[in-house]
Design a protein around this ligand. Structure first.
Ligand code: FAD
Length: 419
């Protein structure tokens, strides 16, 4: 028996075991190690605070998405002993492997920013929506909120779904308007980036959307600490941003066991070849999804497209063939704009988000970098696709590699884009 062990049954790990179980023969034992009995649809965390999704919409038992023929080991990973090809769990159990796939994602780490957890303000005036519990606590906070200064804040990039905090700001604007209290709420968006987003054309478009909604932008803000007593963000260059309610995205780090195992960089991301996803240090270890250090967005769409490439590479690798697949960093993300509209962005390592149509040239039905209702329906439909197509590893008729078909390159100057 040859042994494949996948660490983490989140988005990427679950897709991997579903796809590979079908492709590997019965001489392969496939095991997945996961600490949680519950699988969360994380894109749905965005909607929980505003009450547009209920908790039951975003959670299902982990086991439900694991195919028969794959052993699910429930437990917390303590260490990978790569020299011995062994994974040790915190309860002392061990799992041996011939090939290992790291898919333990990244987690928000409020403990990494001085003051974030101080003065009893965590989940009082300082909130986050990157965890299930955090999103629900914020829902309660927003229900009772009567007005004040709401600061949406990103500690440091990269974060998973880099557009999610912007979406939160747009949805907050719509939420307070709907409650007829927008005039009593000052909205501020604080980011370490020079603009609203990482890529210039999308950044220009998204900055314009903030402006149109009267959401103030505070760029280049690298937070040094939070003064929880005074309810203020303090940057390294000594700027201060006071808040009544802070909605922060804490530093996103890979799992601590990655560091303990000597497998990670300073943020516990696993260094891999960005095209093949094979570890740069170990010839029998791959990393997929958010856990790797590839310079792509940390997003479910990237996990999906990269797993398609990974599967072919893995099958070639175990047969000693050269790796055929080259991942291009393809990402696409719907950006909720509020009031039933959304944008769509589609990009990769080399091409920034451009206007146009997706996936079919001229037709769409989705329009890139434009606020449309169809894009919003696409975002909502994605939840169904996630549970029923993506996680079970069923084929989706979208190419893994980004296509230039339908993209407009000539009208892509930021100043020509209308908001
Ligand atoms: C608010 C929010 C909105 C988002 N919106 C979008 C969106 O619109 N579009 C999009 O494409 N993506 C979105 N994402 C990002 C997307 O959810 C992630 O990129 C995706 O889930 C990454 O998959 P993964 O398998 O790498 O990690 P995860 O899905 O996070 O899975 C990691 C798994 O590893 C397990 N694990 C971790 N450490 C251990 C350990 N020590 N022992 C055992 N198990 C462990 C965890 O329990 C978890 O199940 C969003 C994320 C958030 C938080």
């Amino acid at each position: 028996m040859r042994r494949l062990v996948v660490l983490g049954a989140g988005t990427a790990g679950t897709m991997v075991v579903n796809k590979l179980r079908r492709r590997l023969g019965h001489d392969w034992q496939v095991t997945v190690v996961e600490q949680s009995d519950l699988h969360h649809y994380q894109p749905g965390f965005l909607f929980l605070p505003f009450g547009s999704y209920a908790p039951a919409d975003v959670v299902k038992p982990t086991r439900q998405s694991i195919p028969s023929g794959v052993e699910l080991v429930t437990g917390e990973i303590d260490k990978v002993i790569a020299d011995d090809n062994v994974v040790r769990l915190t309860d002392g159990r061990t799992v041996s492997y011939d090939y290992l796939v790291v898919a333990t994602g990244v987690q928000p780490r409020p403990d990494q920013t001085p003051g974030m957890l101080d003065a009893g303000q965590w989940r009082e005036s300082i909130h986050e929506f990157y965890t299930f519990d955090g999103a629900l606590a914020l829902r309660e906070k927003l229900r009772g909120f009567t007005g004040g200064r709401v600061v949406v804040h990103v500690v440091e990039m990269p974060i998973k779904c880099p557009v999610a905090p912007l979406e939160f700001a747009f949805l907050a604007d719509a939420f307070f308007r709907g409650r007829r209290m927008r005039d009593r709420v000052e909205l501020v968006y604080v980011t370490p980036l020079p603009g609203a987003f990482t890529k210039p054309i999308a950044s220009a478009r998204l900055s314009g959307m903030l402006e149109k909604r009267k959401i103030a932008l505070e760029p280049d803000f690298v937070v040094e600490r939070i003064d929880a007593d005074r309810k203020s963000l303090v940057s390294y260059d000594e700027r201060e941003v006071p808040f009544d309610l802070l909605v922060t995205v804490p530093l996103n780090m890979g799992a601590d066991y990655v560091a303990r195992s000597g497998l990670g960089d300073e943020l516990n991301y696993v260094p891999v070849d960005k095209h093949t996803l094979l570890s740069t240090r170990h010839d029998n270890i791959f990393a997929v999804g958010d856990a790797s250090d590839i310079p792509a967005s940390k997003a479910g769409s990237v996990a999906h497209f990269s797993v398609e490439v990974f599967v072919e590479n893995f099958l070639a690798h175990i047969e000693g063939r050269p790796l055929p697949g080259s991942f291009d960093g393809h990402a696409n993300c719907y950006v909720e704009a509020g009031a039933g509209k959304a944008l769509l962005i589609d990009f990769n390592y080399d091409t920034e988000p451009l206007p146009g149509t997706y996936p079919v040239p001229h037709f769409g039905p989705f329009r890139l970098l434009e606020e449309t209702r169809v894009n919003h329906w696409g975002k909502l439909a994605f939840r169904w696709m996630y549970w029923h197509l993506l996680l079970p590893g069923r084929p989706i008729p979208l190419p893994a590699h980004m296509s230039m078909a339908g993209k407009k390159t000539s009208s892509a100057e930021p100043e020509k884009l209308e908001v």
